[in-house]
Unconditional design. Structure first.
Length: 684
């Protein structure tokens, strides 16, 4: 039966519906010559994502330990849990909780010959989910070859494996029994296409979720050959690399996670080459999936998209991958809340995804109830997604207990909160769907972030200052190859130590400033071109006496806990005073918010005024006293409404007063987790 669920709409486009066969094994795998595939339009507010049991029994048994927040691999009741999951009881519980989309086990990388034994149960689970109006994406492991089982099916599997700089097989993390594949192996791509076709045509899945879309540097002969071919595209290698020929170039060693400043031209090209190969492969897999099932939702886990090191460590250029997926699946440890003075959040990821025009499922480890205080953060986890544009996620069913297969305590605790959240999204939908009000924007130069760790850290620092001081902000993404377009609603652009800017990007910044735009430029911005090559003079120096421009040679010093699963940034020692002074010198905002720096605000604009969403990241309630100030000319005779929808309290009016500076002021009452303030002119 054909199912049409309300939260997935298809863009009208022509797409081939023919079932394509895997490509023949060769050194060059070309994309199928089909028309552009249909992309699925997704409204995050209509989705409530959960997890099917996306690991097979054999995987749990092999690792022995706990995985994905679920169950111990050596548990004697492992099979019972899987059987409960596959029965109709689990999807019925998901429907009762109003969860409506998930990814579920299908292919883990152990070889289809071995894993196909589980296929009848998987198909039954998909059917049971569909009975309960739940869409199911097939989990397809991208980054693993379990050679202990797969060698029986693919005797030459060793030729598919990636090798490190010393020539040894690369393994997945500490799992020595999981080879990593080389993404440039045509047979590996053909094999993935085979399992994709089975999932979408025989398994009746609604889409594909590629897990662990990542690939460290591979130094096999194939990759070396392809890299040299890539380098030969450079017309003047001696001018670019200092050598007359690239015929004997060897791919450079992998850079560490804390990659520093990359100015070695061969190292730069090695990073770009790998990212381009990964993007091209994912694009072909996307197109192949759509050729099997045009309505398929295709996504892939590309770890933390707000990470420059992902390009070095995993061959991922997140900004180029948006054309490869219907939505971005970004996994990290950014469980929202306060942690030793750090305000942990996924706001950066969602702001970047918004700039990339890509829906995002931004996971955090806390979704499965792993951390000790995960339940106290449950509402915050849901509301952060709703407010900042992510897809709300709940892993209630992935918390098993030996006796009952699921934590009934967890279900009973979360069920009323989840229901209240869904009701809140419904009743206040207009406030969530309204466009973000982002007069201040942070330039995210993809080239700078790729080659300069200091550039990435400067962005993190600016974001932290803007968030902690409740300044409405957004991100402006730009790649040198695509140019820079500054939107009309950008009133102030922050260019924070962005070391790699092209001539075209610099010209756009100069034009923006000379046409009346406000600009704050710090650090090395303008000193170097997109390949981190130093210019004779900084072209942005022509703006030094331009009204509305602040340019200072000294970059703000960020306090960042480098690397790791979680983004940890603290305010600079001066609390961000210098950047705030720069802003005050050139910009008078329409709206100011004053409150604890453990509260994050998201301002959205509508025809008659502003929605102000307030999220509390501290465990203690926010006392009365947070103030929202409006410039007197921002709104005419505004009315104010205050709501605590997650606390079940009806909206009530708040007085709007005037302070000594002529600003309109609203004092926000006490709230616990979330508050919504609506400021608008009266209806005519």
């Amino acid at each position: 039966m054909h199912r049409v669920l309300p939260f997935v709409l298809l863009v009208l486009a022509t797409t081939s519906t023919a079932k394509a066969e895997p490509p023949a094994s060769s050194e060059t795998v070309r994309a199928q010559e089909t028309q552009a595939p249909t992309k699925v339009v997704i409204n995050p507010l209509d989705l409530r994502w959960t997890f099917g049991n996306h690991e097979p029994v054999s995987m749990y048994r092999r690792i022995g330990r706990k995985s994905t927040g679920g169950i111990e691999g050596g548990a004697l009741w492992l099979e019972d849990w899987h059987h409960w999951f596959d029965s109709e009881q689990c999807p019925a519980m998901m429907e009762q909780l109003e969860l409506n989309i998930l990814h579920s086990r299908f292919y883990k990388g152990m070889g289809w010959q071995f894993e196909s034994k589980d296929f009848p149960r998987v198909k039954q689970f998909v059917e049971n989910c569909h009975k309960h109006n739940i869409q199911v994406l097939a989990y397809v492991q991208f980054s693993t070859l379990y050679y202990e089982t797969m060698l029986a099916e693919v005797p030459d599997l060793a030729t598919w494996a990636a090798v490190d700089y010393e020539g040894h097989k690369q393994t997945y993390s500490r799992d020595y029994f999981r080879w990593r594949p080389c993404i440039n192996t045509p047979d590996f791509e053909a094999y993935l296409q085979k399992v994709i076709r089975i999932a979408l045509t025989e398994g009746d899945f609604d889409g594909i979720m590629f897990d662990n879309c990542m690939m460290p540097s591979c130094y096999c002969d194939r990759c070396t050959k392809l890299f040299r071919e890539y380098l030969r595209q450079e017309p003047n290698p001696e001018a670019r690399f200092g050598i007359p020929t690239v015929d004997h170039v060897v791919p450079p060693p992998a850079v560490p996670s804390h990659f520093g400043e990359i100015k070695d031209p061969i190292q730069q090209e090695w990073v770009r080459f790998r990212c381009q190969r990964m993007t091209a492969l994912m694009k072909r897999l996307f197109e192949f999936s759509k050729s099997c099932k045009p309505s398929a939702i295709v996504t892939g886990n590309v770890v933390c998209i707000h990470s420059g090191s992902a390009s070095h460590n995993y061959s991922l250029d997140a900004s180029s991958l948006t054309d490869c997926f219907d939505l971005i699946f970004s996994q990290s440890g950014n469980e929202p809340g306060m942690n030793n003075g750090y305000l942990i959040n996924r706001v950066r990821l969602m702001k970047l995804a918004e700039a990339l025009h890509a829906p995002i499922l931004a996971l955090s480890d806390g979704d499965a109830g792993i951390s000790g205080d995960a339940e106290s953060k449950y509402v915050l986890n849901l509301m952060e997604n709703a407010v900042f544009g992510g897809i709300p996620t709940d892993r209630t069913v992935m918390k098993p207990e030996p006796g009952d297969m699921v934590s009934h305590h967890l279900v009973e605790f979360r069920k009323p909160l989840l229901k209240r959240f869904i009701d809140t999204v419904h009743t206040e939908r207009a406030s969530f769907e309204a466009p973000s009000y982002a007069p201040v924007q942070v330039l995210y130069s993809a080239d700078s972030v790729m080659f300069s760790e200091q550039a990435e850290r400067s962005i993190l620092n600016a974001e932290e200052i803007l968030m902690r001081h409740h300044i409405p902000w957004g991100m402006l993404h730009s790649k040198a190859s695509e140019g820079l377009e500054i939107p009309d609603d950008c009133q102030v652009l922050l260019v924070c130590n962005q070391a790699c800017l092209s001539d075209g990007q610099v010209k756009t910044l100069i034009r923006f400033a000379k046409q009346g735009g406000h600009l704050i430029v710090t650090g090395a911005s303008g000193d170097y071109d997109e390949w981190y090559r130093q210019r004779r003079e900084n072209p942005l120096a022509c703006l030094d006496n331009q009204p509305g421009v602040v340019r200072r040679l000294e970059a703000d010093v960020p306090r960042v806990s480098a690397g790791g699963w979680t983004i940890k940034v603290k305010l600079p020692q001066d609390g961000g005073r210098r950047l705030r002074q720069d802003l005050d010198a050139i910009y008078q905002p329409a709206i100011r918010i004053q409150g604890p720096d453990t509260v994050l605000a998201e301002v959205k604009r509508h025809e008659r005024g502003f929605f102000v969403h307030l999220l509390n990241y501290a465990k203690e309630p926010v006392a009365k006293g947070t103030r929202i100030k409006l410039r007197s000319d921002a709104l005419a005779s505004p009315q104010c409404r205050f709501a605590l929808p997650m606390d079940g309290q009806a909206a009530k009016p708040l007085p709007v007063k005037q302070d000594g500076e002529g600003r309109l002021v609203v004092v926000v009452p006490e709230f616990k987790d979330y508050a919504l303030v609506t400021l608008q002119t009266p209806e005519q």
